[in-house]
Design a protein around this ligand. Structure first.
Ligand code: PMP
Length: 406
């Protein structure tokens, strides 16, 4: 079916709600997206009809729960082009997935003098786990610079790469700038020095088509809630040969083969990395979100997002004293900006009062803020259901804020 934003909006019950008596204009999608009825129904349906724990039971509900959970894993694998459903580990989200790689892959391998290359646009979730592991191993963190337009400086990154670099970890899509990185090139640069590439796919899932085999990344970290799914669930894709070599990170039920007091042997991946009762309803909701995204005309969606980016950039560019951070020509519809007549924290409550939800702050990217010499920005971020009219509402609300603050 051709892309039709109004038809899509009708699937999201929250979008017809009001806040402060005004129609909701939700422009905080980089923080979390809303959920279509299909995802809500999948979660309610699980608890209403199928609820049981997975894997261990010999009864019908246990079978249904296990089938639903494992079917969701297959959906994630297919959605990202993974060769095998066993290369997908359910995690609680991107943060958890990066930590899993940092502790189970990187820590046993890294030694003093090794390097981990990050970029200046990383989210704290793709910085702090590496710092913790660097402290334990003596490895060093090096950050690749970005340009004034907010694009990764690939030549500078290239120059940082040598045989000391064991891991390159980068955002596919920046949550603050909207920049879409050239991940194929990142993979070939990392592999050129024998390093592995971890991609932070938190923002990519909703905005760009993903094919891990085509990109050639070694690891991909995902959060369902950024792409129409529930919170508290995400996934790590890892190349099967890397996952197979990784020791467990958390111990508990489900991840074992045989337990005795002197010695425990571990299950094969992905179970080895899923200790304890997993977020079963979350995984089922994640699968439903991916089904929903798969049903959307991707070319139509890409065109819609390009149009939102161009429209928002043009209208925001006409607001006096407004400066946009992140001007990559191929960026996702994420607008971070400052205003020379007000502090971001003074603007957001006025916008909120007019029903316009934006985020203010450093967006968990403090090194990026430092790079631009800013303490905070206002960020308006779009999803597939965002309309031009919502951008118009943002512009009107900014006009009102200016009247009040300037
Ligand atoms: N990376 C990026 C680029 C993000 O936008 C976010 C969420 N803001 C994360 C990582 C962390 O995701 P989560 O909190 O779902 O683990």
């Amino acid at each position: 079916m051709p892309f039709d934003v109004q038809r899509i909006r009708s699937d999201f019950p929250i979008l017809s709600g009001r806040v402060h008596g005004k129609p909701l204009v939700y422009l905080d999608n980089a923080a979390t997206t809303h959920k279509p009825q299909q995802v809500i129904d999948a979660i309610v349906g699980f608890y209403t009809h199928d609820n049981a724990n997975v894997h261990r039971g010999m009864h019908e509900l246990a079978r249904r729960a296990t089938d639903g959970y494992e079917a969701a894993r297959g959906k994630v694998a297919r959605f990202v082009g993974a060769p095998d459903h066993r290369s997908v580990v359910f995690t609680s989200g991107t943060t958890d997935a990066v930590n899993l790689v940092a502790y189970a892959y990187a820590e046993p391998r890294l030694k003093a003098g090794d390097r981990i290359v990050l970029t200046h646009m990383e989210h704290h979730s793709n910085i702090v786990p590496w710092q913790l592991v660097a402290e334990r191993t003596g490895a060093e963190i090096v950050a690749a610079p970005i340009t004034d337009a907010g694009e990764l400086d690939l030549e500078a990154l290239h120059a940082l790469l040598d045989e000391r670099v064991k891991i390159v970890a980068a955002a596919w899509v920046s949550n603050t700038l909207g920049t879409v990185n050239d991940v194929r090139r990142l993979a070939s640069l990392a592999h050129g020095v024998g390093a592995v590439l971890l991609l932070d796919g938190a923002q990519a899932l909703a905005h760009v088509p993903i094919d891990v085999r085509e990109v050639g990344c070694d690891f991909l970290a995902l959060s369902a809630h950024k792409a129409l799914g529930p919170t508290g669930i995400g996934a790590l894709y890892a190349k099967p040969e890397l996952l197979g070599e990784m020791p467990p990170f958390k111990g508990g039920g489900e991840m074992i083969e045989q337990v005795t007091f002197p010695h425990t042997t571990y299950a094969a991946p992905p179970a080895r990395f899923e200790a304890g009762t997993p977020n079963i309803a979350g995984a089922i909701g994640f699968g439903a979100a991916l089904n929903y995204l798969s049903s959307v005309d991707r070319e139509g969606l890409a065109a819609h997002e390009r149009e939102l980016t161009a429209y928002g950039t043009r209208l925001l560019g006409e607001v006096e004293g407004l400066r946009i951070l992140g001007n990559s020509p191929t960026k996702a519809p994420v607008f971070s900006f400052t205003l020379d007549w007000a502090h971001p924290y003074d603007v957001a409550p006025i916008l909120d009062h007019m029903g316009v939800a934006v985020r203010t702050g450093h967006h968990c990217t403090q090194p990026l803020m430092d790079r631009f010499g800013l303490p905070a920005t206002v960020r308006a971020s779009c999803a597939l259901y965002t309309t031009r009219e919502e951008i118009d509402a943002l512009i009107t609300a900014l006009g009102k804020a200016r009247e009040m603050l300037a």
